[in-house]
Design a protein around this ligand. Structure first.
Ligand code: NAD
Length: 261
């Protein structure tokens, strides 16, 4: 029921964090995994750690020709594409600070850094569109498949810490996925969102590793802690496997209940 052995799997942003967790569980269960990421060193580290034929390609989800080439290479190497995790995402890195040095300065739109808005929307929303489009093309050719998109609970609730462009992008992702579910169901392609709450990863410069930030997020969780990669692997496996064959267009929160406070 949870069998993914031999499946051809693509994970965008799989060199680190949540995407690495997806790649780990898929490889552990015998799938053939290709990581697409902008971090060459991270790809090499992940491929060495996972073994079992896991490989990767440098690809930026905002670069359409580059993504087309990367997907084509996976399809050629694996004989098709069965499961795609559209996961790559960014929060505000130091390069995308607003002029005042904050991600979301004092709530005033006139103080927003336009470059920050453009890049977060490009990676987190347009990057998902690019990835899902290519997944659909290859899966239609192969007779079906599974697409799992990493959204965020910030798509549904106000989380000032991640910034307005991030929340807007993730809300767009949720609705895009619902619309794609309506279109792709007839082609035996199921598409769902995983909506994480705070997880200990490198996003936003590893802010969650900072003790003060971490304590604030732990206090928000109903079970007193933030997420670890093992917390998300079971859901990823479920959505990639025959166990979820009647699930599409869903947004599944995995956040220790923190969105309820
Ligand atoms: P992370 O920084 O640890 O990993 C993100 C990965 O994506 C990195 O390997 C990075 O190199 C890659 N990446 C960034 N831009 C890319 C691009 N343009 N093209 C290809 N790869 C790119 O962060 P994470 O927390 O694991 O983030 C993964 C996803 O989870 C994101 O979509 C993020 O929004 C979402 N998310 C994270 C949290 C959290 O608390 N960590 C909460 C909710 C949602």
């Amino acid at each position: 029921m949870f069998d993914v052995a031999g499946k051809s799997v693509v994970v965008t942003g799989g060199a680190s964090g949540i995407g690495l967790g997806y790649a780990q569980i898929m490889a552990e269960r015998g799938a053939r995994v290709c990581i697409l990421d902008v971090d060459a060193e991270g790809i090499a580290r992940a491929a060495a750690e996972l073994g079992g034929g896991t490989w990767g390609q440098i690809a930026d989800v905002t670069d359409r020709p580059g993504m087309e080439t990367a997907f084509r290479k996976v399809a050629e190497a694996h004989g098709g594409i069965d499961v795609v995790f559209a996961n790559a995402g960014i929060d505000a890195g130091p390069g995308f600070m607003d002029p005042l040095g904050n991600r979301n300065p004092d709530g005033h739109i006139e103080n927003f850094g336009d470059a920050h808005w453009d890049r977060v929307i490009a990676v987190n929303l347009t990057g998902v569109y690019n990835t899902v489009k290519l997944a659909a093309i290859h899966m239609k050719a192969g007779g079906g498949g599974r697409i799992i998109v990493t959204s965020s609970v910030a798509s549904q609730i106000n989380e000032a810490i991640v910034g307005t462009p991030y929340m807007a992008a993730k809300a767009g992702v949720d609705h895009f996925v619902r619309n794609m579910a309506m279109e792709l169901g007839a082609f035996n392609i199921l598409i769902n969102c995983i909506n994480p709450g705070p997880f200990m990863t490198n996003i936003a410069g590893g802010r969650l590793k900072n003790p003060a930030d971490r304590a604030a997020f732990e206090a928000q969780s109903l079970i007193g802690r933030i997420g670890a990669l093992d917390d998300i692997k079971g859901l990823a496996l479920y959505l990639a496997s025959p166990a979820s064959s009647y699930v599409t267009g869903a947004q599944i929160a995995i956040d220790g209940g923190s969105r309820l406070r």
